[in-house]
Design a protein around this ligand. Sequence first.
Ligand code: RIB
Ligand code: CA
Length: 303
Amino acid sequence: MQTVVIDCDPGVDDAAALLWAMAEGAALDLAAITVVAGNVPLDWTSTNARRLATLAGRHDVPVHAGCGRPMVLALETAEHVHGDSGLDGAELPPPASELAPPHAIDRLIDLAHAHDGLTICAIGPLTNVAMALVKEPSIASRLGRIVLMGGAIGLGNVTASAEFNIYVDPHAAKVVFESGVPIVMLGLDVTTQVRPTPARLDALRALENATSKALADMFDLYVSRASDGGALHDPLAVAYLLMPEAFRGRDCHVEVVTEGVCRGRTIVDVSGRGGRLANAFVLERVDGDAVFQRLLDALRRLP
Ligand code: RIB
Ligand code: CA
């Protein structure tokens, strides 16, 4: 069984990812959830992660608050997509647990030392992950991999060049992509292949449990607000942990632009002609139906 920590900024699609992971206890040892500012400020993301753990009956999973702003730039958030709370649209229970000590950065370092080959599943801005690598560089050789939702081979979703997670903290993303840790990158090219269509949201509601109803209610609002109609961005990172065979990709060198009009762009050398060593396995294709079916099967197990 793989030991995983999810670093997130819930956020509606983060909610789907967290609920999925918390329902897959037989396959994933979810050691902790760490939260970062991103879709909404840290106060909301750290509350939302605990509300979701309570909803899923998994408040055994410790939630650690991390960085409230990017490494260098000012925080930019996405309430226009996820709502002021970050999880608008659903009635969620209050958190049954308090935030766990220590700070997310220190928890990531502790877990990397405690678990050889730890997987970090990063589905928000990479500030916590980068700061852990800066504070304790030795963890780079201990981590198994970083599976991250972020970036794009093609167009962005915040600017023409940049995807949100990388755009918010490009300096953190640069640290992560240059860390030497094995990276699996799920960019917009693959995540936008799996949409929360009306048929899929109907199938979600048909599960008839409180968790799935709450998630469907959140997605209804998210779909209406997201400029591109929304996508299952973050759940695909969990899908890769569980069913990598549903994906296709290639090893590429990825460079992160930190300044200027292309801030947050991931320059993915798909052809390999740049001559630089690949630093990421970049996913390009996914069997969306197979992924969504496994998500439904998992959510069926929740309260
Ligand atoms: O661009 C999509 C990503 O940005 C997702 O992780 C979403 O939750 C937001 O954080
Ligand atoms: Ca996210």
